[in-house]
Design a protein around this ligand. Structure first.
Ligand SMILES: [Zn+2]
Length: 344
């Protein structure tokens, strides 16, 4: 097999006298992996050392813990903003229980929040097909509309912090949809590297990655229709990461209801896996490239999050991610793949 993608692992060990073994000399191994697209490094170590912490879900819905929530139906009309006339004459956009509003604290020119449902606290096993499809469908429809109104914003993305360990400020399920010229460094690095790959290799990186990963068989999870699910060779999340690549989608206008159905179908399988592992929280993104290019396919990314403990609520991000911009993972992508594949 002639490979156009290099999966490079540097394995090293640290030697010390171990107090757990009567101060015998031991070697603890770790890995540094090089992302095959961007060339950025990621560390893998401390394998299996971090356990997902059970969240007090019932308490989140209790009035004394819950506090004030602007997304709950009784507060929504009075406390959430509305779109201006030229964006949406009806003020807020709805599809069944999904409701899209401008962000009161915007990050960009077009910065919106999708309130996914009326219910305040929804555990993972009740993030159901209807709620997910309505939310994605309304959000994608809105981004397409913004693109026609304001084509100067080339990038479109969906992001979602679910539950407090992910950085979600409100428990009430909500996503964010952006049209922007500044989609973030990760997105831009991958976009630029994809263009270079296309120029030097004469093909789109993303379907090439799918093909090579399917042949290798260690990180390829499965397909839902034309979309493909795999674990990342270098994950951004501490606890591993799963990608869904849509090889035939380049910009927002290519993304159809069928793609949404494929995304939701796979996501529900991942949620089943998460439930089996007591995973309560995650971050996700859905990235769309600019118009008129065939080198950057759309992809969805999901990474679980947890507090390290419930004693002092230590977060799972530290100086590595915040200061060094270096991802660290305690989960081998190949092991995560084996475990998730059972659900596909
Ligand atoms: Zn609420």
């Amino acid at each position: 097999m002639s490979s156009k993608i290099q999966f490079q692992i540097i394995e090293s060990g640290s030697t010390f006298l171990d107090p757990r073994k009567n101060f015998q000399k031991v070697v603890e191994y770790f890995q540094v992996r090089i992302d095959p697209l961007t060339g950025r490094t990621g560390h893998l170590s401390h394998f299996g050392a971090i356990k997902f912490q059970k969240l007090p879900l019932d308490a989140y819905a209790a009035p004394e813990i819950k506090g004030f929530c602007p997304f709950c139906p009784e507060n929504r009309e009075k406390f959430t903003p509305k779109f201006t006339e030229e964006i949406a004459a009806e003020g807020r956009l709805t599809k069944n229980s999904a409701c899209l509003i401008p962000n009161l604290f915007p990050y960009d020119v077009r910065s919106t929040i999708m309130i996914m449902c009326d219910e305040h606290m929804v555990p993972i096993n009740r993030l159901d097909e209807t709620m997910l499809k309505d939310s994605f469908s309304l959000g994608i429809h809105f981004l397409k509309k913004i693109k026609s109104i304001d084509p100067s914003l080339p990038y479109h993305l969906m992001t979602w912090n679910y539950m407090p360990p992910s950085g979600g400020g409100l428990v009430h399920p909500h996503q964010q949809y952006f049209s922007t010229a500044f989609p973030g460094n990760q997105f831009m690095d991958e976009l630029k590297a994809s263009e270079i790959f296309y120029r030097t290799q004469g093909q789109n990186y993303w379907p090439t990655l799918i093909k090579e990963e399917a042949e290798i068989g260690e990180r390829y999870i499965g397909a839902t229709g034309s979309s493909h699910w795999l674990t990342s060779f270098v994950s951004l999340g501490l606890l591993g990461e799963i990608l869904c690549i849509f090889p035939d989608v380049f910009s927002i206008n290519d993304f159809t209801e069928e793609h949404i159905a494929q995304l939701v179908s796979g996501l529900l399988k991942i949620f089943q896996y998460y439930e089996s592992q007591n995973i309560y929280s995650f971050n996700t993104s859905l990235f769309f490239g600019p118009d008129n290019q065939k080198f950057f396919s759309c992809y969805f990314r999901i990474a679980p999050r947890t507090f390290l403990n419930l004693r002092d609520y230590a977060p799972d991000a530290n100086f590595f991610q915040v200061i060094l911009s270096e991802p660290v993972s305690v989960v081998l992508p190949e092991e995560l793949c084996r475990n998730v594949r059972k659900y596909f």
